[in-house]
Write a protein that binds this ligand. Sequence first.
Ligand code: CP
Length: 374
Amino acid sequence: MITNLGPDTTGLHALYGRSLLTTHDWSTDDLDALLAAASRLEALDRAGIRVDVLRGELAYAMFFDNSTRTKSAWAGAAARLGMHPVIVDGSSTQVSHGETAEETGAMLGMNAHALGVRHDLILGEGNAFMRDVQRGIDGYLAATDDARVVPIVNLQCDIDHPTQSLADLLWLREHFGGSVAGRRITVSWAYSPSYAKPLSVPQGVVSLLARFGAHVTLAHPPGYELLAEPMAWAAEGAAASGGSFRVTHDMDEAFAGAEAVYPKSWGPQVLMGERVAANRAGDREAMHDIEQRALAQNAQHREWICDERRMALTADALYLHCLPADIGAEVSPGVMERFRVAVAREANKKVYVVMALLAAAKVPNLTAVLNGGV
Ligand code: CP
């Protein structure tokens, strides 16, 4: 019998049957219950206690972009729950051959028991695709009187990267002894020469942390504004939680006094928006041209790096990154080396967030399972 391995999990019943498409869709009580379950699952896993309550079920995930950590977290979570993880390249499906997202959802939902999707490169498309897929699955299940619960998990879209931001929140809570309320946390743009990265990580992180009472500063050069909707969520979340949210164009000022810093790159919003038409037209040359212009714009801000000088401006801040980081561009080699284990531990939280999402959506008596061990 395993008890008292983590915080209270009494809100879990509200998560049964739920998909996660943005953290904004969920109340803070829902998110607290989920994170409590994730902490409990981590403790059970570290104690070597199996929670394979979804034996024989299929955990299918489609990725329309590269991934190392999230694919591994999806597979690791599914395996720990006793599921069969299957991960496919989204471009190898019939989506590009005219199949609608609702059809895709119905076709995948008739076999799978959970569905993960990453669709993060095209502004205005990824989250909408996931919602259409969910409609397709739900419609199919209802029309065929199929009682299976097939939750959708957003594994990064154009708006949010919820399994990342929740893993970050779990890690920050552990670092700060249980809560981010009142903590000064900076999310900053940083220079990247490798590719024009999605906006969804900073959008997801600032909009989530502001809801839990953190004093969040967002820093970026002009031209790297984030989408209006998650910015409004961050402002509203801060007002409701007693935290705060502000934007600056000065990286030094954003680092001064910060207790945690999250410097990472993303692409210029206007150019990221130009991808929509080029992608719809299948115009690879235009996509390449947009990417080159984005990298040229990034290169005008090479001084936006998290280095030892900037870390010295902070209040001995914890460094976070969702990874992969461009070492020597987003972060100096010395800072990355100092926080190498910390960012790996941050990344490791995602497997427990995904486990909690799948288990909470699919196991009606999860509270009893977690309180009693298995
Ligand atoms: N942070 C993150 O999502 O990593 P991957 O892109 O490797 O999945």
